[in-house]
Design a protein around this ligand. Structure first.
Ligand SMILES: *[C@@H]1O[C@H](CO)[C@@H](O)[C@H](O)[C@H]1NC(C)=O
Ligand SMILES: *[C@@H]1O[C@H](CO)[C@@H](O)[C@H](O)[C@H]1NC(C)=O
Ligand SMILES: *[C@@H]1O[C@H](CO)[C@@H](O)[C@H](O)[C@H]1NC(C)=O
Length: 279
């Protein structure tokens, strides 16, 4: 008894299902007539065209308000990281074997090409100690302050083309990452220390590792095309006693409001690298 009822129900639901897909009596497909379907399709077509149009319009308006020269939306100016050249956090070489340090020397030499007199003579000799503000100049492209590699004296690669590496007194160049609009307060300078008991003699170029305010603010890649970052060179005046040891060096930017002790970012305003010289 129950089984025949089941059968009937099954048959009914089967025809019901078929009918719901296409009902030959009314000519409905999935419960709707052809014209009803056509209307729905038309509605969605118009609806999506409208959405696409809205999207395109808002994008267009947004792009109109953007300026190639100035980034528009920035909530605050971030702090810069500190990086070194040669681009290695583990400088290790044999001072008697040029093959072992030639990579560092080549790297420094090519990095300093932009600081050649021939390049920097095009830039301005700005007054020291003050920001080089050009906010209200008509011209979209900004002028840059010159920084000649000669400022790095013994680490310029001009007097000593080996940057001290052949004498076991290697030069390391430091620079801050470019941050648009950054204006460091105070008088920033670089201070390097070797983390061990006996200190190591170091020499800074420019003197005292100063970073002049005139190289700030930076106005961005497109506006400030000939901008070069100010550099600080530190020469580690190692002696025989310092050879064959791994020396951990830490450099920080100090004397300003720039952060150099962030817990999470150990390259924010500071950098740590190792130097090993053998002879
Ligand atoms: C350094 O290079 C010199 C000259 O090639 C070589 O005599 C010396 O053994 C090297 N020192 C080390 C520690 O490899
Ligand atoms: C930069 O100066 C160095 C040393 O005077 C020279 O060898 C090099 O060719 C110069 N490079 C450019 C691009 O002027
Ligand atoms: C450089 O840093 C060391 C260690 O933090 C500190 O003792 C020294 O006074 C600093 N030198 C300068 C010139 O700030």
């Amino acid at each position: 008894m129950a089984s025949t009822e089941d059968k009937a129900a099954k048959q009914e639901s089967a025809t019901g299902w078929k009918d719901s897909f296409y009902n030959p009596r009314t000519g409905e497909v999935l419960g709707r007539t052809g014209s009803s379907w056509a209307l729905i399709l038309l509605f969605y077509l118009v609806f999506y065209c409208f959405l696409a149009g809205m999207f395109a319009l808002t994008m267009w308006v947004l792009l109109l308000t953007l300026d190639d020269y100035v980034p528009k939306y920035r909530d605050r100016v971030p702090y810069p990281g500190l990086v070194i050249r040669p681009n290695s956090l583990d400088l290790s070489f044999n001072k008697s074997d040029p093959l072992k340090y030639v990579q560092y020397v080549k790297h420094l030499e090519s990095f300093l090409q932009r600081y050649n007199d021939s390049q920097q003579d095009k830039n301005d000799d700005c007054p020291p100690g003050e920001y080089f503000l050009q906010d209200d100049t008509e011209d979209m492209s900004k002028k840059a302050c010159l920084f000649k590699r000669g400022f790095l004296s013994l680490c310029s690669g001009l007097s000593d083309t080996n940057f001290g590496y052949s004498e076991g007194k290697p030069c390391v160049l430091l620079k801050m990452n470019r941050i648009i609009g950054l204006k460091p307060r105070g008088d920033p300078y670089i201070n390097c220390t070797v983390k061990r008991d006996t200190p190591i003699q170091m020499q800074y170029f420019p003197s005292e590792g100063r970073i002049d305010k005139k190289y700030f603010p930076y106005y961005g890649k497109k506006a400030h095309e000939s901008y070069v970052q100010p550099l600080v060179a530190v020469e580690l005046l190692l002696t025989k006693d310092d050879y064959n040891k791994e020396l951990p060096v830490e450099c920080r930017v100090e004397g300003s409001d720039l952060r150099n002790n962030d817990e999470r970012d150990k390259f924010l305003g500071r950098v740590t690298f190792r130097v090993t010289v053998v002879e």
